[in-house]
Design a protein around this ligand. Sequence first.
Ligand code: FNR
Length: 366
Amino acid sequence: EELTIIRKFEHIEHCLKRNVQAHVSNGFEDVHFVHMSLPEIDKDEIDLSVEFLGRRFDYPIFIAGMTGGTKGSQLAGRINKTLAKAAQELNIPMGVGSQRAMIRKPETWESYYVRDVAPDVFLVGNLGAPQFSETIPERYGIEEALKAVETIGADALAIHMNPLQESVQPEGDTQYRGVLKALAELKAEFPYPIIAKETGAGVSKEVAVRLESIGIDAIDVGGLGGTSWSGVEYYRAKDELGRNLALRFWDWGIKTAVSVAEVRYSTDLPIIATGGMRDGITMAKALAMGATFAGVALPLLKPAMKGDVEGVIKILRRYIEEIRNAMFLVGARNVEELRRVPLVITGFTREWLEQRIDLPGYLRAR
Ligand code: FNR
């Protein structure tokens, strides 16, 4: 398991030092608000709060899970605690990174622990879907899931789905057989909400429907257009064959905007729109398309690494002000009203959605 820990450290290093973003957009440039010259509201009265899994949050932004358990653990611990202080201050939810290292090396638990600095934050634990596969002899079950949540005092568990990343990394866990059934069994007994999350390749309507049918509580679409995990693995590849494979799949996946529409159209599950969310106008579009949160990972990594809580908050406040401004300019007093403003969808995103869903029906009922 030393490997898992070193690997997580390398991921952070590459994310900080190299360009690991997708070369394609997340699709929101195809989604347009219609400017309203008579908003008929005061900007000051706009309420950005949202409800999610029985809790109310002040802003519709989710800090996506990134780390824990890295070499030395201090780095990961600092990142998580810094993010947690910001989340506590703003009353927004956050996730930690994969707790696989903690399951194997319980002494790394502190690098995921933030309750001392963030007593009220809605905290989401994190385990990987392939670890639940029937192909793995020492597969995870309810015991590991409980350990992940309860060791750190989390409120929910995220199960990350990352077949793309696993498929292009040399030591990848490409066993996915029996995962859905295992998650259904877990969900039947597990006392905490479960969020199924992609990690940069998006969730289709077919997958969303299956996840809803087994009782999963929410979906983080983790779409294409932000951090590319094949991009990260490209830099980690050991030989030309590996580099070629990772490069070839760098931009594989379902764009975030497209995935939000597919999941909203096909299920009633709350949605977190993560993947390349880099400004508040884009975030407002995701909310208007039916997401409850916009999720952010990579932009917060640099200040978090330095322990710069104010730096993290500054970025988030910028997003918040941009969301608020967009809401003012379409006359939406709150996020619910934002979901009813007209949207115009053009280009690639429109062409995709016309072949996959009833686009006018979705736009009416989002
Ligand atoms: C991640 N992400 C991630 N997701 C997950 O479920 N478990 C994990 O351990 C990690 N680790 C991780 C490390 C780092 C350094 C980054 C940047 C990201 C994925 C993350 O939660 C998110 O889905 C994607 O990064 C897309 O969002 P951004 O980065 O485009 O905002």
